[in-house]
Design a protein. Structure first.
Length: 233
């Protein structure tokens, strides 16, 4: 269970999160929605330790994460797929995936993880030697997700995975995302594709100016006009 309690963080003197609390349990896909500048990416950066928490607490299964450096937070089971994917374009698919394996406990586990990634994304199998930069935007996003999964995270943070992708590819991507949560893995996803996202999510939070203004089950949020109001105001 990821617990975020009244966290504040920001850039320089500007606070971007003003007391945000949320919970994500294993098996859940939790959506973070809200207009531009609401603080969604900042929330993910604060959880993964790319940005310091100024106050409040973040814990994973009772273990405090706030205050730890990003690499320790990653070792404790938080994987962050940043906006813009962050794969290495000059490395092959195989080497990009290998990079994701460095958090695994054993070399034996590495091959197992690679096999699981290739079962999940069969199109990668014949293309393991292709450079990451030669892939389409949707494929790069899937590679970034596959790489993150190789570290066996307990919480997967996805920052606007659909950004810049064609509608058909976005549908494929959400099918993949809908299958990412397991008994011991949760997904926290920031998205502008509100409706598609709420179709795969279990619950959602709406942020506005650094605060949670609405939270409910995805089903309830799907028909809630307060979401539109949050985006318009
Ligand atoms: P978007 O969908 O536009 O990315 P968001 O909800 O993810 O929106 P954030 O990127 O988290 O919003 O930004 C929250 C606030 O922090 C905004 O006011 C933004 O201008 C500010 N901000 C974000 N990144 C920086 C930065 N590197 N330096 C200074 N201010 C920043």
């Amino acid at each position: 269970m990821l617990s975020i309690d009244r966290i504040e963080s920001g850039y320089g003197l500007v606070p971007a999160l003003r007391g945000v609390s949320l919970r994500v349990a294993p098996g859940e896909i939790v959506a973070v929605l809200g207009p531009n500048g609401a603080g969604k990416s900042t929330l993910l950066r604060t959880v993964s330790g790319l940005l310091a928490t100024r106050s409040g607490a973040i814990s994973l299964n009772g273990r405090r994460l706030d205050g730890l450096p990003a690499h320790k937070i990653a070792r404790l089971g938080v994987a962050h797929v940043v906006e813009g994917r962050g794969i290495l374009p000059n490395l092959t698919i195989r080497d990009n995936l290998r990079l994701g394996s460095f958090l695994r406990a054993s070399r034996a586990g590495e091959q197992e993880g690679l096999d699981a990634a290739l079962d999940r994304f069969p199109w990668m199998r014949p293309r393991l030697g292709d450079l990451g930069g030669r892939l389409s935007g949707g494929q790069q996003q899937m590679l970034a997700i596959a790489r993150a999964l190789l570290g066996e995270p307990k919480v997967l943070l996805l920052d606007e995975p659909s950004l810049g992708l064609a509608p058909k590819i976005i549908d494929e991507l959400f099918e993949v995302i809908g299958r990412l949560a397991t008994d011991d893995r949760a997904v926290l996803i920031v998205e502008q594709q509100v409706h598609r996202c709420l179709r795969v999510a279990t619950r959602g939070y709406v942020l506005q100016r650094g605060r949670v203004v609405l939270s409910d089950s995805a089903e309830a949020l799907r028909g809630d006009e307060r979401i539109e109001r949050a985006y318009l105001s």
